[in-house]
Design a protein around this ligand. Sequence first.
Ligand SMILES: [Fe+2]
Length: 359
Amino acid sequence: MASWEVLGKPANILAMDRQSEFHERIGGDNLAALWVARRGMDLTRPASPAEPVIWPYDEIRCHLIEAGDLVSAGEAFRRVLVLENPAFKGRMQATNTLYAGLQLVLPGETAPCHRHSQTAIRFVIEGAGGYTAVDGERIPLSRGDFVITPNWTWHDHGNRGDAPVIWLDVLDTPLVGFLDTVFRENYPKPLHPIIRNEGETRARYGAGMIPVDFDPSQNPLPLTHYPYAESRAALTAMADSAPPDPTHGLKMQYTNPATGAPATPTMAAFLQHLPKGFIGQSYRSTESTVVCVAEGRGRSTIDGVSLEWGPGDVFVVPGWLRHRHEAEDEAVLFSVSDRPVQQALGLWREERHGGGANL
Ligand SMILES: [Fe+2]
């Protein structure tokens, strides 16, 4: 190169040329310059790509019933419509860490037995007569029941009633996939043999007692069924005796009865009562949340997006977005979040704001 060409370029342009050539060259060695990768990024706060989004139950139900005509539960293995956040199109994610779907089991159907390393949470939206069997014990499902399928437990589903049964599934699938810890196995027969009586597990672990010498390390999630009748009655009793929290109303967390820990190691579950006319204060936390409306009507404003909701609707509150809930009628919200993982790692944060401003 002639010296005048070099001398003809300003020094800063020459430096940029050298940098660009350097960045390109090291890319061939599987290296990247941190000062380039971080350029323009705001690293001062979380910025989840997940969007606030709602799935109205009436619409999903129509699609599910149509799917019931098109494919059997056995053929589909699980007849589920996945609730996909627009930010994760094609990736079967409601949030960055949570999968959500609505599952339909028609009268007389069974869904085959399998197990996997993801933990599943069910919340029954419609129907009676359904059941899920976990490691050979059938758990009857009624509307509003919260049921856990601990990871690596055999499970199949069925419907012994005469009407469709629909429930919300929430799994830690994206998180387990991120960690490269996905395992799955089909049971050699369609259904696991029944080896325990219905209600046996609830009797042993759900009556405020646990067996003497119980070892949580051998049975990390002993209780898998939290009937709505009991949870709702608890909310009613408390709502009558204490004023609601200005942000959450009356929000209770389901717990592992043996340890007091969240319902599962990766996902926490909550039931929340909002009195009629409640207008919650603005709030945000780092957890990402899937909410299902158990009762009532209202709206949630999330980062300026207003979502009107009613019974059976499911919506997403992404992490670190300011939001607040309002209830037209007396309302009950069921929700699932990844808070236990964040807390175990010392990462969880929350922020309360007075009033409804800054949304
Ligand atoms: Fe499963």
